[in-house]
Design a protein around this ligand. Structure first.
Ligand SMILES: [Zn+2]
Length: 397
């Protein structure tokens, strides 16, 4: 049991400063205005004055953490290290996203999915929760591959059979899969995946507006890092970007780090979409703690780590550097979103997208997934299912 007192606390309907949050077991017992009577006797009290008490972040699109790429994890120990590292950025739950870096054949994918699926749902609060797998491929456009280039061909044949094999290897843990709608097999794939309960995301695509609308009619409901690795929006050729932004049922991911999108483009998306239909994602490749200026080999690819980005040696963006706490900061400080709105894009919205009950909001009875941020948005502590992790032991109080 723990009481976090004195900071700015965001609840679904209000904000309180000073606020108070009390946990019991793995759940929230109280979240509201500070009141001494609400602190149970003998409970451990953490001082959060001057800080922000918000729900734990939920990252639907992240490839790794703490130096580990999920697709290149050798064993469960590697996956768990990444889950632990995610907590230090305020992320308490995520989808392990598997792209093509580090994997060179279908059998590599099968092995990665078997390993990751064994970790889904195993969290006990000691690490961030792995909620499921996000397949960023293999059915992507050859003209909008992003850093992935093309997925490897070895072992892959009929797209539908391959997808069945991948889902089987993941034993029901694939929650989201990306399909480029202009591919000849796209309709069958999208219908099959959505029928299997997988959220279908359009992405890495050169689709027109019309093809984009068709994909939504077939069952796609999500858009992968909107604007990035998509046919660019043009006023006479608005492309799939417009199809997804104008469809109220589609949830749009944005990498609001100030690098992948101009801050104004990042601001545009929540302004167009209905509330609840935008999620911030990091697209992180696990290099959030790597030294700025360093070169790193990741899954056989050499990357350059800059202050706010990770690139191939030719300058192509290679996934994200900034984790969600820093992306939330940039949405507030660069894009001009309110703190409440920016936090919702990284907490309650992704929780709703996955249909998670009792997660993503600081309210009594909900899971005690909480992040306490410093005024500069670095993480002071993370509470995962009621288990407290200080990002710096010296500040424990
Ligand atoms: Zn990605």
């Amino acid at each position: 049991m723990i009481a976090i007192k004195g900071g700015l606390l965001l609840t679904p309907s209000d904000q309180f400063d000073p606020g108070l949050l009390v946990t019991r077991g793995g759940n929230i017992e109280y979240a509201g205005p500070f009141c001494t009577d609400r602190i149970p006797r003998g409970v451990r009290v953490v001082e959060a004055a001057g800080r922000m008490i918000v729900p734990g972040f939920i990252d639907l699109h992240v490839h790794g953490a703490g130096g580990t790429l999920f697709s290149a994890a050798r064993d469960r120990g590697d996956v768990r290290e990444a889950e632990l590292a995610a907590l230090s950025t305020g992320t308490t739950a995520f989808l392990a996203t598997v792209g093509s870096i580090g994997l060179s054949s279908k059998s590599d994918y099968i092995r990665a999915l078997e390993l990751l699926s064994g970790e889904v749902g195993s969290g006990d609060g000691s690490r961030a929760r792995l909620l499921g797998i996000h397949l960023e491929g293999p059915n992507l456009s050859g003209t909008r591959p992003g850093v992935s280039k093309a997925w490897p061909k070895e072992g892959f044949g009929d797209p539908l059979c391959d997808m069945r094999d991948l889902l089987r290897a993941a034993r029901g843990t694939v929650r989201m899969a990306v399909v480029a709608p202009e591919l000849s097999e796209a309709e069958r794939l999208i219908r099959f995946l959505s029928g299997a309960g997988v959220i279908v995301s359009v992405g890495h695509t050169d689709a027109s507006y019309e093809t984009g609308l068709e994909a939504l009619a077939w069952g796609a409901t999500h858009a992968t890092h909107t604007f990035n690795a998509m046919r660019p929006f043009h006023h006479r050729d608005p492309g799939i970007v417009a199809a997804t932004l104008l469809s109220p049922n589609v949830t749009n991911e944005i990498i609001g780090d100030g690098v992948h999108l101009h801050p104004a483009a990042a601001r545009l998306v929540p302004q167009i979409k209905p509330p609840g239909k935008v999620v911030l994602v990091s697209d992180g490749v696990g290099l959030e703690t790597a030294e700025t200026g360093s070169r790193v080999m990741l899954g056989g690819v050499e990357l350059r780590v800059l202050r706010d980005r990770v690139t191939l040696l030719d300058g192509t963006l290679a996934g994200g550097r900034l984790p969600l706490n820093m992306i939330v900061r940039n949405m507030v400080e660069l894009s001009g979103l309110s703190l409440k709105s920016a936090i919702e894009l990284a907490t309650v919205n992704p929780a709703r997208e996955l249909g998670l009950e009792n997660t993503g909001m600081l309210a009594p009875g909900n899971r005690a997934d909480v992040t306490v941020l410093e005024p500069d948005f670095t993480v002071f502590l993370t509470c995962c299912g009621g288990v407290v992790h200080f990002s710096d032991a010296r500040r424990e109080g």
